[in-house]
Ligand binder design. Structure first.
Ligand code: SF4
Ligand code: SF4
Length: 323
């Protein structure tokens, strides 16, 4: 019997999700044995024309990681949507926009300026920034257009399932692969991880206070963190109250607070707003001046609370004031 065809593709991401596939260790051999990999640019040399030549729906499942920020990524996502029966948004950036989605606090010109012109490490005397056309001795080249806004995958194509995490952990990947191979799948649109908050499964939950009385919020490098105690009890912001569980508490077990890479649970519409309201309800300070001091002690509250989810938040991006 023919093996189901599987594709992996990489959009705006760091490459960590590709590492996560390799991290399956010996399980990757089971996957390779059960499926036929027809596209995996990071590891195998398939070409776009190989995919274009396939029939619509010929690929059983395509795992796409990364957000969508260029015309090329959009075009690949649409091609794979046509060719695959199932699309899985793989990892935080495909799921929520991820860290690349923080670029939505700026526009394309500001991003180009920071990346190509004003960074002290740049050596760019002619002020060259990415163009969509360029002429080389061999002829004219057309290059992808970089967009103003980073999108999550489902803002560009229809997505069947979401595998959360930066990167998704091996056990969740294998559960998803097994569910797909056996056809034992939940409802379309499901996030393939438990629908509980990280605090519910966190080993430090018992030390989480109902109220915290603190005059400053600390960043992890500013304090010696007790390896047993809830981070919030120590005045260190932890995104656990606003984040879905299922990662195995990877950061917590390494004595680092959660940064929210699994995204929110189903009932939460906006992870950043949920975290800010959780914080506000925890801090037991009446005096407005004291309160302002606490608020000022978070250097980048928007960047912290929307670290992975800005592109899919109610804000989506920073709007420039007109006029
Ligand atoms: S806030 Fe963080 S450390 Fe505290 S219980 Fe929740 S996940 Fe655990
Ligand atoms: S603890 Fe938070 S940031 Fe760390 S892996 Fe888990 S969900 Fe992601």
């Amino acid at each position: 019997m023919a093996k189901p065809k599987v594709a992996f593709y990489w959009n705006a991401s760091c490459g960590g999700c590709e590492e996560a596939v390799v991290d399956l260790a010996e399980d990757i051999l089971k996957v390779a044995d059960a499926v036929e990999i027809v596209l995996w640019p990071v590891a195998l040399d398939f070409k776009r024309k190989d995919v274009e030549a396939m029939k619509d729906g010929e690929i059983a499942v395509a795992f796409l990681n990364g957000g969508i920020r260029t015309s090329e990524q959009e075009s690949w996502a649409k091609l794979l949507r046509d060719k695959a029966q199932l699309i899985v948004a793989f990892g935080s950036c495909a799921h929520l926009g991820g860290v690349p989605g923080l670029a939505n606090f700026y526009d394309r010109d500001e991003v180009f300026d920071a990346a190509y012109l004003s960074a002290p490490s740049n050596d760019n005397p002619d002020g060259v920034t990415p163009q969509t056309e360029t002429t080389m001795p061999e002829g004219d080249l057309e290059l992808p257009e970089v967009w103003d806004t980073v999108h999550a995958l489902d803002q560009v194509i229809d997505v069947d399932y979401y595998l959360p995490g930066c990167a998704p952990p091996p056990d969740l990947i294998m559960d998803a692969v097994n569910a797909i191979l056996t056809g034992n799948l939940p409802a379309k649109g499901s996030v393939l991880a438990p629908d509980k908050s990280l605090c519910d499964t966190c080993p430090r939950n018992e030390t989480k206070p109902d109220k915290i009385e603190i005059s400053e919020l600390k960043r992890p490098h500013m304090t010696m963190m007790d390896p047993e105690k809830c981070f919030l009890a120590e005045g260190v912001i932890c995104m656990g109250p606003a984040t879905r569980s299922g990662c195995g508490e990877r950061c917590i077990n390494a004595n680092m607070p959660c940064r929210g890479c699994f995204g929110p649970t189903r009932e939460v519409k906006d992870q950043g707003a949920k975290m800010l309201s959780a914080l506000a309800s925890l801090i037991d300070i009446e005096d407005p001046e004291e309160m302002e001091k606490v608020a000022d002690s978070i250097p980048d509250p928007a960047g912290l609370s929307y670290m992975y989810s800005l592109a899919t938040s109610l804000l989506t991006r920073k709007q420039k004031r007109q006029g």
